[in-house]
Design a binder for this molecule. Structure first.
Ligand SMILES: Nc1nc2c(ncn2[C@@H]2O[C@H](COP(=O)(O)OP(=O)(O)OP(=O)(O)O)[C@@H](O)[C@H]2O)c(=O)[nH]1
Ligand SMILES: [Mg+2]
Length: 290
């Protein structure tokens, strides 16, 4: 099942909630997710492969064009589409356009509308919103309000999705919960903290590349480069006497230790690569191509 929607609606939060681990990073900033990320849920009766996607937005730079392309490609391959919106925000032009785009019949798979962040609105506000979405896409198979962050109605949504999945043997072993390597997860966990710590355009112009990932009896030793798109971003990211970079490293390391269940030593450094986010070759080197 592919999870699609505008940036920041809570797609990654929902996947993490279902899987019970941070497989996709979450921040309050839009355009956090840049890849197609699998979250594999296996229980006694079923295996559902959830595909988290980058938020669909008007893309100017090559990185953003790739992100949007990744989302539509994931939609094309899935058995069921879940189109998510944030009900705590008005149904804006961008969201309407997105709903219409999926409703136009180009993609034939069953569609479920997921109305997230219901914890932020009154019940009385939900009904008119449901009616509005139903009117925009009358042929969807379900319209489900949820709270991804609190786990409200998430089981119900999964049962609804299950109805439309093809029967077959499980694709992944029961122990697998994502398709990402530990190396990729490490890069994402560092990027999450960069997003949390940085303001304005800086987070969107950073990427993380793992230079070294070494496992031993003592734990994991990781060396990561944070790429910035401009010389003037470097001192801001590093902070006074290295304080900002240090606190990014400390939080990312703690989160990684919780995920990997072992000691992690994390070495971060910053490199300037002007406008890397607009160069197809740099993007594919960073695993951000299409
Ligand atoms: N109150 C509330 N906040 C939520 C809920 N789900 C997500 N959020 C918050 O919304 C913000 C965005 O969440 P993400 O999961 O990163 O959103 P996303 O759709 O994956 O965003 P992109 O990756 O940028 O497309 C975070 O601050 C979340 O904590 C919810 O059910 N209720
Ligand atoms: Mg996301």
């Amino acid at each position: 099942m592919a999870l699609l929607g505008r940036p920041n609606v809570g797609k990654s939060t929902l996947i993490n909630r279902i899987i019970g681990a941070k497989v996709a990073i979450v921040t309050p900033k839009p355009q956090t997710t840049r890849h197609r990320i699998l979250g594999i849920h296996t229980d006694r009766h079923r295996q559902i492969i959830f595909v988290d996607t980058p938020g669909i937005h008007r893309a100017r730079q090559q990185l953003n064009r790739n992100m949007v392309r990744i989302a539509f490609a994931a939609a094309g391959e899935a058995d069921v589409l879940a189109v998510m919106q944030d009900v705590s925000k008005p149904l804006d032009a961008g969201t309407r356009l997105l709903i219409r785009r999926f409703a136009d019949g180009t993609l034939a798979q069953p569609r479920i509308h997921v109305l997230n962040k219901m914890d932020k609105v009154r019940k009385s506000a939900l009904l008119p919103r449901l009616a509005e979405v139903q009117q925009l896409d009358p042929h969807a198979v379900a319209y489900i309000p949820v709270s991804a962050i609190r786990g409200v109605q998430v089981d119900h949504m999964m049962d609804e999705v299950t109805k439309y999945l093809p029967e077959g043997p499980p694709v992944y072993d029961a122990g697998w919960y994502t398709d990402q390597s530990q190396r990729q997860l490490a890069a994402e966990y560092v990027r999450e903290q960069v997003f949390m710590a940085m303001q304005q355009e800086i987070p969107f112009q950073t990427a993380v590349d793992i230079e070294d990932f070494h496992e031993s009896q003592q734990g994991v030793k990781i060396s990561a480069v944070i790429l910035v798109g401009s010389e003037r971003h470097k001192p801001i990211l590093i902070g006074k006497s290295g304080s900002r970079l240090k606190s990014i490293g400390v939080t990312a390391r703690k989160n990684l230790e919780a995920l990997l269940g072992c000691r992690v030593s994390l070495h971060l450094w910053v490199k300037v690569q002007p406008n890397w986010f607009d160069h197809p070759a740099h993007l594919s080197d960073l695993g951000l191509g299409t």
